[in-house]
Each structure stands twice: as C-alpha cells, then as structure tokens.
Design a protein around this ligand. Sequence first.
Ligand SMILES: Nc1ncnc2c1ncn2[C@@H]1O[C@H](COP(=O)(O)OP(=O)(O)OP(=O)(O)O)[C@@H](O)[C@H]1O
Length: 307
Amino acid sequence: MADDTTTVPPGVLKAREALKDVPHEPGAKKQDPILVADSVVRRFGGLTAVNVGHVEIQRGAITALIGPNGAGKTTFFNLLTGFDRPDEGKWEFNGKSLAGVAAHKVARQGMVRTFQLTKALSRLSVIDNMRLGGTGQKGEKFWASLIPGIWSGQEKEITERADELLARFKLDAKREDFAGSLSGGQRKLLEMARALMVQPDMVMLDEPMAGVNPALTQSLLGHVKSLREDGMTVLFVEHDMDMVRDISDWVIVMGQGQVIAEGTPDTVMADPRVIDAYLGAHHDGTQHDPEAVAEEVAEEEGTTADD
Ligand SMILES: Nc1ncnc2c1ncn2[C@@H]1O[C@H](COP(=O)(O)OP(=O)(O)OP(=O)(O)O)[C@@H](O)[C@H]1O
C-alpha cells in the first residue's frame, strides 16, 4: 500500500486531509462540497428508483458511487447531469442550483459525464467525437452540427484542444479511425478524453472499467487519478471493487434508491449494511441491527460470527 507520504501525490493528500474528519454515515457533511443534493426523488410508475435525502461530494476527491444492480446509481447520475428530470429535489453545483437544467448547460457549468459510444457516435471519427465533446455535450442530436460550415472561429481552438487530449490519452494514432473500430478500453479512454473537452470542474464516469481489457486497466486508472492531480473532482459508478478500492478517496453506497452508507473504501466494504444490500438478504427497506445482520451473513456463508 502506498502509505509512505513521500510517494503519495499531492492530490491524494489533499483529498485525504479534506475527508479525514468526515463522519462515516449517510449524508455526511463535507469540508468543501462541490455538489450538494437534497431530497432528490425519481419515480417510474410505482417504483421509486431514487430517493436521496442528502448527499455531498467533496471537491478535489475521487468518490465512488456503488450499490447492487437496480440501486438507482445510473438514474441518480442522469438526474444530476440533466439527462433526466426528478419528481422532487434540488441540488447545487459550485453553489449554483442545477435542478432541471438541461444536460448541455450542466456541462457548460463544469459538470460533465461520460456517456457510452452509441451507434451514431461509432460512425464518426475519433477526432469528430472529440470536437463534438467541445461543443458542450448536446448528445447524439448534436452530431448534425458536424455538417461542414457550422464550425466557425471556434473550430481551430477546439481542434487544437482535441489533439492535445488525444495525445495525452495516447489515441492520436487513431485520430481518423471510426470510433466504432476502437477496443473497449480505447472507447473508455475516448469517452474520458471527450468529457475533458469542456474543461470541467467535475467529471462523472459511468462504469469506466466495464468492457476494458486488463492490458488497459492500469492506463485507465492512471488517467482517472490524473484528473484528481489536475484539481478535478471525480464521481464514478463502478461494479469493479478492485478499482473502487484502488482509486477512491470516499465511497457512497446506494441501496433501493437511498444512500445507505458512506465512508472510506475499507470501512464501507466492511459495513454490514453494505454487505446486506449486496447479498440482498433484506428488501423490505427496514433498518437492521448491524450485528444481527453480520451474524446472518456469516451463517449464510457457512461460517459463524465468532470465526
Ligand atoms: N426509464 C426507466 N423506466 C422504468 N424503470 C426504470 C427506468 N430507468 C431505471 N428504472 C428502474 O429504476 C431502478 C434503478 O435503476 P438504475 O439503472 O438507476 O440502477 P443502477 O444502480 O444504476 O443499476 P445497475 O448497477 O444495474 O446499472 C431499477 O429498478 C430500474 O429497473
């Protein structure tokens, strides 16, 4: 473990310092939150997919949002970034209300998310995907803007930034290739590079490790860590617990639409409420006595709590 402070990068030390006194409990207040959300509810018919009472994201840190399938992570991401609208709730980013603000305007405010390469984007070259990111993330519809003539004086600046980022993410050799021809890992790199086109304060990554070949894993992790070193805040949804442990300063756990636990990776992953949510031992939404749950989990695993 890299606990030798001489080798720990400044961004990591800063994030650790900011989070060291934060209580490990759902909705915990942060020293300097970049994002604060309150009472955010999203229902689909009779199903309440998201019901987040209060959550704060520490500026300059890497925060993982984890939880079992269907916990509401992606829906919460979609709400925060303007890709979906809540039934209730408000949130502030950099002190400004963003509830109900459209996705491209959210990106212009400095909060940007990666979104997976769709069919339409796959048929564009790597460099055009990058340029598209620079126009402020209007999603797929906006690819119409690639029609020649639309690019104005901004084009040169956007292209220069795109080329810089492609070089940084080692995708420059793929500049003219169709994005659809990239490997899973290269696509993830492109998604991240494209998100950086708007020079965001906060980057939201949706399952950055999904479909990534182990050969590219370290490179991808390195890029995520470098965002923190560049002063950005990262919030990511991920099922890969090795990645969560490796790069997160803080972990927020969702279960059945709610934030059920928060803390450093080690404490959160040992939290019986989290184990309970992942094992699906209880789905009635009631509070459980952590010791009783731990005992039950141990029994299910064929061990005893005393082992
Ligand atoms: N557009 C939709 N219409 C109806 N139900 C939806 C819709 N989007 C999500 N849901 C439901 O909302 C709940 C939360 O889904 P969501 O995708 O946000 O979970 P998740 O935590 O991201 O899961 P996963 O880890 O599997 O991606 C699920 O029960 C899902 O079926």
